[in-house]
Design a binder for this molecule. Structure first.
Ligand code: ITT
Length: 194
């Protein structure tokens, strides 16, 4: 029988990407389906702690097992920024364009443009917490390119490619992305732990 798990996220792009990766293996239940419409709290100083906080909130308030994920773009020459502050880097609004402009402005013509996307998935089942990490390394482009994807995708060029995530098809991004790598670990764990 298919696993059914609530995905504790308010970001529909994450649901779309994870559904594409895990599709046949698991049925993903949205927060809307369990009546959760409020914004999930993420007030911790690390990606790991925020992922756990979001999942724990849903477990506590809705009494369901679930998983969440937190993602950050970590840029070497900005000392790991925007990192845990990726969603609201340019202010309190979650504005992807303003966030990318701030990154490009802070980097200027800096030659070290190394960066990575890091996702941590937190799974809580029967009160037991497990985390799964996925990383993709790359660099920050000098300009935005491409129309697909979301968030910082137009300025992130993964290693081994000369185009941004926003210039890739969903399948191509999913074949190498931070999120897909974390999801693969979640899936492996679910397959072996039932
Ligand atoms: P939830 O907390 O409700 O899951 P969120 O959008 O607030 O959704 P995060 O706190 O994880 O998500 O914020 C991550 C930020 O990084 C946010 O600005 C995203 O747009 C961006 N981001 C996450 N995954 C990304 C990806 O695959 N490509 C580009 N940007 C991404």
């Amino acid at each position: 029988m298919k696993n059914r798990l609530v995905f504790a996220t308010g970001n529909p792009n994450k649901v779309k990407e994870i559904s594409q990766v895990i599709g046949d293996y698991m049925e993903i239940v949205s927060l809307k389906e369990i009546g959760c419409e409020e914004e999930l709290p993420e007030t911790n100083p690390t990606i790991e702690a925020n992922a756990i906080q979001k999942a724990q909130y849903v477990v506590d308030h809705y009494k369901v097992d679930c998983f969440s994920e937190d993602t950050g773009l970590e840029i070497e020459s900005l000392n790991g920024e925007p990192g845990v502050y990726s969603a609201r880097y340019a202010g309190t609004e979650k504005n992807a364009d303003a966030n990318m402009n701030l990154v490009l402005q802070k980097l200027g013509d800096h030659t070290n443009r190394k960066a990575q996307f890091r996702t941590v998935i937190a799974l809580i089942r029967n009160g037991d917490i497990k985390t799964f990490e996925g990383i993709v390394k790359g660099k920050i482009a000098f300009d935005k390119t491409g129309k697909d994807g979301f968030g910082y995708d137009p300025i992130f060029v993964p290693d081994g490619f000369d185009k941004s995530f926003a210039e890739m098809s969903a399948a191509e991004k999913n074949s190498i992305s931070h999120r897909a790598r974390a999801v693969a670990k979640l899936q492996k764990y679910l397959e072996t732990s039932i």
